[in-house]
Design a binder for this molecule. Structure first.
Ligand SMILES: CC(C)(COP(=O)(O)OP(=O)(O)OC[C@H]1O[C@@H](n2cnc3c(N)ncnc32)[C@H](O)[C@@H]1OP(=O)(O)O)[C@@H](O)C(=O)NCCC(=O)NCCS
Length: 446
């Protein structure tokens, strides 16, 4: 690149991504690739983007769909396909395919084609392309144990199956080696039979069983979804709340939204529905504050939000034992009342289980009073709260976060903070005079 061309280099953008890169490194993302995406020109770009995520240390599990390819293969082989709506699954899955033995060769052939298409896309490494020098290893295999869907309402669903078990240990072992895991929407029973599975369910169950940090659906109907939801970018509701407002013609999306809500309630931090038609939508969702798609989390489960005056008692109860132990600075209820606009709380089922404050000083901001209830520690809650504060601070134009800590310096360092000099931060003299030997840790945001 010549010096004149460097004007186009997105320097500021690249710098702004570093907090996100730090946050996502080592995290597990399950990404569902819709069947119709595989045949698009954009698929090549998506592979570049997924490769980049893997290179940035994100543990990637990909689950591909293959519904439309099976439809085409059956049509080409003159095989009639039948769907049914078993009682109890209507609305969840609008249609379940009856997979007869006659269809199995078509399923096998589609499966082989799609796997090899994805494997070869990840294997390209031509010079002068974003894949140049890439050494990504992709592994597909028998990761899902299935059982037959069986006979329901007198209908035999044949080789249509349900997930019995996701082999998470094996998947984790591969992810730990930096390998991208590719899962197909089929499973095998202990008798060696192949069962055709609902790809969205495979992605969801895999995310739940791995306790993934994100479950991402790349979907072609995100515009319709946004319109149906009044252009909302973020929803925190249980499954029924969302489904009611989606029109019936978006039945496949309804099922995806339902899956997201289930995943959130069963331990997956965040679910996203991102456009499969927009180049770079996945990267934008992951590396920008505003994202590009729809973020879904479960309304009553662990939300992080600005504190209100009603939280004062909960915050006080949470921090008092830590104040008594000299870990946190003393704050009376009156202090908390006065400064409540600086506080954020993590809430679970109506109780404050975590808190943190963000005090702004022009382009710097202090993270303080970070605490997580002992029953909820070591599950990433404080990391999630810190990420929330980083996003808040960055949105307000802050360039640097800092924290003063007596005992949790290592925790801050593991979050990307580095030791700093007290003279460089804007805390007042009395605070420094009362400093209990705290050390300073700073994190540059830009
Ligand atoms: C520090 C604290 C907020 C972390 O909360 P958390 O939700 O458990 O944190 P996370 O789950 O995001 O991170 C947990 C990891 O940090 C480690 N960790 C926790 N406290 C630590 C500390 N004081 N020093 C170094 N590492 C620490 C845990 O061992 C765990 O590591 P592991 O994943 O390798 O087992 C919580 O321990 C707490 O409330 N401590 C008391 C208050 C405090 O010290 N606040 C910071 C000063 S402002």
């Amino acid at each position: 690149m010549s010096f004149d061309q460097q004007n186009d280099f997105p320097l500021e953008w690249l710098r702004h991504t570093s907090p996100y890169i730090n946050t996502h490194r080592g995290k597990t993302f399950v990404v569902w690739l819709s069947d119709e995406l595989l045949d698009r020109e954009l698929f090549k770009h998506l592979i570049h983007d997924l490769t980049l995520l893997s290179h940035l240390g994100i543990r990637l599990v990909l689950v591909h769909g293959m519904r439309s390819q099976i439809d085409e293969a059956l049509k080409a082989n003159n095989i009639q396909t039948t769907f049914a709506n078993p009682a109890g699954t209507q609305g969840e899955h609008a249609e379940v395919r009856i997979t007869t033995s006659e269809m199995l060769p078509s399923v096998h052939s589609v499966l082989g084609n799609i796997r090899s298409q994805i494997e070869s896309a990840f294997s390209t490494g031509l010079p002068n392309t974003p894949m140049s020098g890439s050494r990504v290893t992709l592994c597909s295999g028998n990761f899902v144990v299935a059982k037959p869907y069986g006979v329901r309402d007198g209908i035999d669903y044949g080789h249509t199956g349900e997930i019995r078990k996701v082999r998470t240990q094996t998947i984790n072992d591969l992810l730990n080696l930096g390998i991208i895991v590719l899962i197909s929407p089929v499973g095998y029973s202990p008798t060696g039979e192949l069962f055709n599975l609902h790809a969205e369910d495979v992605a969801t169950q895999t995310a739940i069983d791995l306790t993934a940090d994100k479950l991402i659906f790349l979907h072609h109907q995100t515009d319709e979804l946004a319109a149906a939801l009044g252009n909302t970018r973020e929803i925190s509701v249980g499954p029924h709340g969302v489904q009611q407002v989606l029109p019936d013609e978006l039945h496949r999306l309804k099922s995806v939204v339902h899956n997201c809500a289930t995943a959130c309630q069963r331990g997956v931090n965040r679910c996203h529905i991102v456009s499969s038609l927009q180049d770079g939508a996945l990267l934008k969702e992951i590396f920008t504050r505003d994202g590009s798609g729809l973020l879904i989390d479960s309304g009553n489960y662990d939300s992080i939000r600005p504190a209100t005056h009603r939280d004062v008692a909960g915050i006080k109860a949470l921090i008092q034992p830590l104040i008594n132990d000299g870990i946190l600075l003393d704050r009376s209820e009156q202090d908390l009342e006065r400064k409540i606009s600086e506080f954020f709380v993590a809430e679970r089922e109506g109780s404050v289980i975590g808190c943190a404050s963000l005090t702004r000083y022009h382009t710097q901001a202090e993270v303080g009073c970070l605490a997580v209830h002992p029953d909820f520690r070591a599950s990433g809650k404080a990391t999630e709260m810190l990420q929330h504060l980083i996003e808040e601070a960055a949105a307000e134009g802050c360039k640097q976060l800092f924290a003063l800590s007596t005992r949790s310096g290592d925790w801050f360092r593991e979050q990307g903070f580095v030791p700093g000099d007290l003279a460089t931060v804007p805390v007042d003299e009395s605070r420094l005079a009362n400093n209990r030997g705290s050390k300073l840790y700073v994190l540059d945001l830009a």
